[in-house]
Design a protein around this ligand. Sequence first.
Ligand SMILES: [Zn+2]
Length: 239
Amino acid sequence: MDAANQNHEALDAAARVPSAADLETLSRQLNRPVRDVVEIGARCVCGNPLVATTAPRLSSGIPFPTTYYLTHPVITAAVSRLEAGGVMNEMNAELEQDPALAAEYVQAHEHYLAVRDAIGERSGTGAVPEIAGVSAGGMPTRVKCLHVLVGHSLAAGPGVNPLGDRALEAIAEWWTKDTCRCAGAWDTQAPAPSQDRSRHVKTQAVDPAIKKAERAAARAAREAAANEGSADTKEAPGA
Ligand SMILES: [Zn+2]
């Protein structure tokens, strides 16, 4: 990775902007509503999201080091197969024995941090000192989650994360960047997931969407009570 690629991202600014349709697709891919997604990190040739980008600080205030989340079910399943096959042990052994690879991997870590800072600026969260120098997936010295490395490789483009790139080559029989594998990969017919069923959220404070719905219901009830008996004299808003 040369200096010109220090902050390289696969998608340009316009393509990174998540549309409402993108967010719905992400929810369908993950089978839960997505939260705190600020950009799309990578897209299929058809345009569908492959990677969700999360700001370094969640709207709840919690620091969040894992910027890129692989969402495409075909890719996540293929990477899980690699992990189950023991690829991470091989990579860790190689990192210990190959100084050139280890150095490239450190550069990947630096790239990850630099781009995360840029995403923090763009999304308005700014600097997050709690996670300064902390990347994800085991970087800079170990491989602990191939999904993180593949998400980084897809979002950065080739030549930035050597082990993410290698994992992508290894799943070529199931997915390549040149071919759309979206058809049938997630449910496009059922209503999009609207209630978060993921475990990590259940342990947190009440979902903001639920709070908002509760406030709206309470407001409607107050208005209904206030209007009772005065329906004849009620005026249109702004009259
Ligand atoms: Zn596609």
